[in-house]
Write a protein that binds this ligand. Structure first.
Ligand SMILES: C[S@@+](CC[C@H](N)C(=O)[O-])C[C@H]1O[C@@H](n2cnc3c(N)ncnc32)[C@H](O)[C@@H]1O
Length: 352
């Protein structure tokens, strides 16, 4: 079964819906499963199975670990949905093959590292204080500046998410054929710029971000053979000039960090840098009511994470639309993603 920890129908009805058993154990089991996957990735358990099934003893030899410890880990991973067992042989589940192997184009293993060493660690330190005072004592970005290597892990994580949403993004969002210049505001890794330039041969893009957030962007641009089409624009968007004459502006996962007033200030600055009839595209986890339980849980999870990390929060479509209308844009409209529930685009056009 390619989904971690799913109670069967009787467990769902009897233990959870009728509240006969402590459903909160699911959260504790989830936290334990997360730690097991993190350790399995670190030890190379899943990669050791990329050549085919192995016994527990064989895996222990491959990863150079204690056989009994390995066996207990494997039993856990099988029950959590990350491995399959046939006889005494283990193999990777389809979940693991698609999302956790280095050879997969949708490899999200970096998310586990960022989750454990950054987002969860920061939340452990500052969620309580953020709830008491409305914000953490420093933002997670200021904390990254003190923690060598963490900007890179953060960009690897964001790039993994970009690869995950990329196909659906490119299918659902067609930027105007005559667009020539794109600015990716807080674009970090630059993958979204790379994707749009690849889809639109006449387009070139500037990835605007803090210098320390752009450390791996050049590398990605080279790997993707987009030198000359995608360039870096290091700067602080509160202080520095963004450039001008842009036909498209991306603001992906930026607005959740700031107050409405600051967002209007930033959107006005972006608007001034754009040509008339230009297209602005905001990507956020929207806080609107949803019929999907997964979308609800996802956006609430991010709401807590943004509060603890940045003093921020998720926002609704109406809030973002209002800011856009106050910043020189018209006709705000929305595109929802199916594969990443809760994640949406808000589009608007630069008014004349
Ligand atoms: C959540 S990340 C989003 C990255 C990328 N847009 C994406 O969606 O994957 C927010 C980005 O905003 C950048 N950022 C934060 N404050 C900034 C500032 N004052 N000036 C420029 N970039 C900033 C961060 O460095 C980071 O790369």
């Amino acid at each position: 079964m390619p989904v971690p920890i799913v109670p069967n129908i009787i467990e769902r009805l009897f233990l959870l819906r009728m509240n006969k058993g402590p459903g909160l154990f699911l959260d504790i089991f989830g936290a334990g499963a997360f730690q097991a996957v993190r350790v399995a990735l670190k030890l190379g358990v899943f990669e050791s199975l990329s050549g085919g099934p192995l016994t527990a003893a064989g895996i222990a030899r491959e990863i150079n670990a204690n056989e009994r410890g390995t066996r207990i880990l494997l039993e856990g991973l099988e029950s959590f949905g990350y491995l399959k067992k046939l006889g005494d042989q283990y193999s990777n589940s389809s979940l693991t093959v698609k999302w956790l192997l280095a050879s997969s184009s949708t490899n999200l293993a970096d998310i586990i590292d960022l989750g454990e060493n950054h987002i969860l660690e920061f939340s452990r330190m500052y969620l309580e204080e953020s709830i008491r005072r409305g914000k953490p004592p420093m933002t997670i970005y200021e904390w990254f500046d003190q923690k060598p290597g963490s900007w890179r892990v953060f960009q690897l994580y964001s790039a993994a998410v970009a690869r995950m949403v990329g196909d659906e993004l490119l299918t659902k969002l067609k930027i105007p054929k005559d667009a020539r210049r794109l600015i990716d505001v807080g674009g970090g890794h630059g993958l979204y710029s790379i994707m749009f330039c690849r889809q639109n041969p006449l387009l070139s893009a500037s990835v605007f971000d803090l210098p320390q957030a752009l450390t791996m962007t050049d590398e990605l641009i080279s790997v993707e053979k987009m030198n000359g089409r995608v360039s870096l624009k290091p700067g602080n968007f509160w202080i520095d000039d963004l450039g001008d004459n842009y036909d498209v502006a991306l603001m992906f996962n930026i607005l959740h960090a700031y107050s409405p007033e600051k967002n209007i200030e930033l959107l006005r600055k972006v608007s001034r840098s754009m040509n008339s009839r230009g297209l602005i595209v905001v990507m956020e986890q929207l806080a609107d009511k949803t019929v999907s339980q997964l979308a609800k849980v996802g956006t609430r999870f991010f709401g807590l994470a943004y509060l603890a990390a940045l003093g921020g929060q998720t926002r609704t479509f109406d809030e973002i639309s209002e800011w856009l209308l106050k910043s020189g844009f018209s006709n705000p409209r929305r595109i929802n993603f199916r594969r990443t529930p809760g994640n949406s685009l808000v589009l608007a056009t630069k008014a004349n």
